[in-house]
Design a protein around this ligand. Structure first.
Ligand code: UD1
Length: 419
């Protein structure tokens, strides 16, 4: 199994380009199921989750090919399948995003229940509740969600929790429903809004995206799309934290600062100097050690749970004591035990971790447990004395394009070890 080796101690310096947003690309790929017309998506990052999605779509009869610079072309003229099998769903929970489009387009969908997940229970009950409100008949059969509806009807859907993929599933289904759907307490994440823009380019009628009330007027059919996905705010944030931890000076390009307000605010609180332009963000730590910051994760525009692990790593070497509180997912502190193996002083207290910054971490072999946790271990390796080897890096490849190459460009001593 591939591993990543990092020799710590170098401040990051230079410029790095951010890839397209994984969490926007995945629902956009699945949106190709809504139409028989050709769709083309540009700016698609080279990630394991993208390959998994393409495999899933191909199994359903979508003609799918890769163009230059990772443009994906899709055409779902006739659908050959209605099933997202367990094998794929267990490696990528976002496979659930085929449910809404398939049901709306062909009246039936079978998606394996995702099952256990390293970062807590992560149910899909709200996806199902929304689709049921739109008239779908849903039951579970041999581990599969089976959903049927002759034609979905517009409905008022009030989400108990502002679920991101749940909002996306219901929004996609509603584009082909009969009548108007209003999603209340909708997720406001930029990736949800970007998906809405992509659907609008297909002829969908959507308003209120980016706010907590989204209104969709159903159409008889949709056309194709030719769309470029927005940049990945979590990847950008991860590189900025890496720069801050190493006392470096980094510019991320193809990055949108307006999607990172909460993260940039915390980096400034940690002592970083931040400058922004229309499509770039620059962070200068000028060789200083960061100050500890308190973090509480929350749905957008609050502090993103997908940046929690990286700030836990930052606090590990910061001056002072920081408290990181996770309110979105249960059990999302798998990285804490690993950071402790590098010498971090951290104590778990319920849904929070209290971190007393230490002057130095010491390299050690580590095990990645989930996507963002594995990124935080790499960040810790960048500042730990000596060598850190992160095992199970397939987690990282699900969400970061060429992370070691991009970090090397910034001066990090990092390499992938085969086997
Ligand atoms: C998405 C992101 C993920 C991010 C997360 C939160 C994608 C592909 N993934 O995941 O990177 O960490 O948002 O920002 O976009 N919940 C329920 N019932 C449901 C659905 C969710 O109770 O039916 C709860 C979850 O347990 C969790 C909270 O709602 O506590 C938020 O989860 P959700 O927004 O659904 O996360 P994902 O869409 O899976």
């Amino acid at each position: 199994m591939a591993r990543i080796q990092i020799t710590g101690g170098r401040p990051l310096e230079g410029t790095v380009a951010i890839s397209g947003a994984k969490n926007a690309v995945l629902p956009m790929l699945m949106a190709s199921l809504l139409t028989e017309k050709p769709c083309g998506l540009s700016g698609v990052p080279h990630l394991k989750d993208v390959t998994t999605s393409m495999e899933l779509l191909a199994q359903m009869g979508v003609e799918i090919s890769l163009g230059e610079h990772f443009r994906v072309e899709m055409e779902a003229r006739e659908l050959a399948g209605d099933t997202a099998p367990y094998d794929l769903v267990k490696t990528m929970r976002a496979s659930i995003l085929v449910l809404g489009p398939l049901l709306a387009r062909q009246g039936v969908a079978r998606v394996s229940l995702p099952g256990g997940c390293a970062i807590g229970a992560r149910p899909v009950d709200l996806h199902l509740k929304g689709l049921k409100a739109m008239g779908a008949d849903i039951h579970v059969d041999s581990g599969y969600i089976v959903a049927r509806a002759e034609r979905l009807r517009g409905a008022r859907v009030v989400l108990d929790t502002a679920t991101v993929t749940g909002t996306e599933n219901i929004m996609m289904a509603a584009t082909l429903a009969d009548g108007t759907t209003v999603i209340e307490n909708a997720a406001q994440e930029p990736e949800v809004a970007d998906l809405a823009e992509c659907l609008i380019s297909m002829g969908a009628s959507i308003s209120g995206h980016g706010t907590n009330t989204i209104t969709i007027e159903g159409r008889e059919r949709l056309g194709g799309y030719d769309y470029t996905v927005l940049p990945d705010r979590i990847e950008a944030g991860t590189f900025l934290v890496a720069a801050a931890m190493t006392g470096g000076h980094v510019r991320v390009v193809n990055a949108r600062s307006d999607t990172l307000d909460a993260v940039l605010g915390k980096l400034e609180e940690a002592g970083a100097k931040i400058e922004t332009g229309p499509d770039w963000i620059e962070l200068d730590m000028a060789g200083r050690r960061p100050r500890a910051v308190d973090i509480t994760t929350a749905p957008y525009p609050g502090f993103p749970t997908d940046m929690q692990a990286q700030f836990t790593a930052l606090n590990a070497i910061a001056e002072g004591t920081g408290v990181v509180r996770e309110t979105v997912f249960e059990n999302r502190f798998m990285h804490v035990q690993e950071l402790q193996r590098l010498g971090a002083d951290m104590r778990l207290e319920g849904n929070a971790v209290v971190i007393r910054g230490v002057e130095e971490l010491t390299g050690a072999p580590l095990m990645a447990t989930d996507l963002r946790a594995s990124a935080c271990l790499v960040l810790a390796g960048l500042v730990a004395a000596g060598d850190t080897v992160v095992d199970r890096v397939y987690h990282i490849d699900r969400g970061y394009e060429n992370i070691e190459e991009k970090l090397r460009q910034l001066g990090a001593r990092i390499q992938r070890l085969a086997g």
